[in-house]
Design a protein around this ligand. Structure first.
Ligand code: ZN
Length: 215
């Protein structure tokens, strides 16, 4: 089995093997991320193909052999070596059979509320660091307000103190938008720099023109 022949001789390769890879389903919809190591395993088993993210044949798909050919000419330090091949770490893979989008819910946590609201106080509209932010009950707890996605918003400490246990209109404040549970995305809550990876952006930003998949 090719899978077991993945050799990790150098520290650089170990780091490469832990890097995140975007996983697309058969319909080229992003579903989650996995490590380079797992991505290679899926490709070796024939469950996935590697998506080329550069060059003229962008979005062409590869098995491990053609990916190794495509990787030739790259610096040795960028390559992952197996007994038979040397290739670059994939950035995106597409699954051969799976065509669903997993139904997942974003876990209700303090950090995820901040992420949903983009670290913007939902009363004054200013952006803050997470240490300067609080969670605010839109309907205060002593008026029966629950601790749920629909009743909790990001608030700066100043606005939070001003609103106290009142309703916003009672103290002349306005809520920027009605809070709701965020839609699950493959990289929700992950390090923000991941979503800035140019090769992933095409798949993670639904507003952009859809990638055309030929044949
Ligand atoms: Zn504020």
């Amino acid at each position: 089995m090719v899978e077991s022949s993945v050799v990790v001789p150098e520290q650089a390769n170990k780091l490469l093997l832990d890097c995140p890879v975007l996983v697309l389903n058969r319909l080229w919809q992003p579903i989650h991320t996995c490590s380079v190591k797992r991505a290679i395993r899926l490709v070796c088993l024939g469950h996935a193909q590697i998506v080329q993210t550069d060059g003229d044949a962008r979005y062409q798909t590869h098995d491990l052999i053609s990916w190794a050919e495509h990787s030739s000419g790259h610096l040795a330090g960028e390559l992952i070596r197996t007994v038979r091949h040397a290739f670059r770490a994939p950035r995106i893979i597409v699954l051969a059979l799976y065509d669903r989008i997993p139904r997942k819910e974003v876990k209700f946590t303090r950090q995820n509320v901040f992420l949903r609201d983009d670290f913007v106080c939902q009363y004054c509209g200013k952006r803050f660091g997470d240490r300067e932010l609080n969670l605010d009950h839109v309907v205060p707890r002593d008026k029966g307000g629950k601790t749920t996605w629909e009743n909790i918003v990001t608030s700066c400490i100043r606005c939070n103190t001003r609103k106290a246990n009142k309703l916003a209109y009672e103290v002349g404040m306005n809520l920027l938008r009605k809070p709701k549970a965020p839609r699950w995305r493959p990289i929700f809550g992950k390090r923000p720099e991941l979503s800035e990876d140019e090769s992933w952006a095409q798949f993670l930003q639904p507003d952009r023109e859809r990638v055309k998949v030929s044949g």
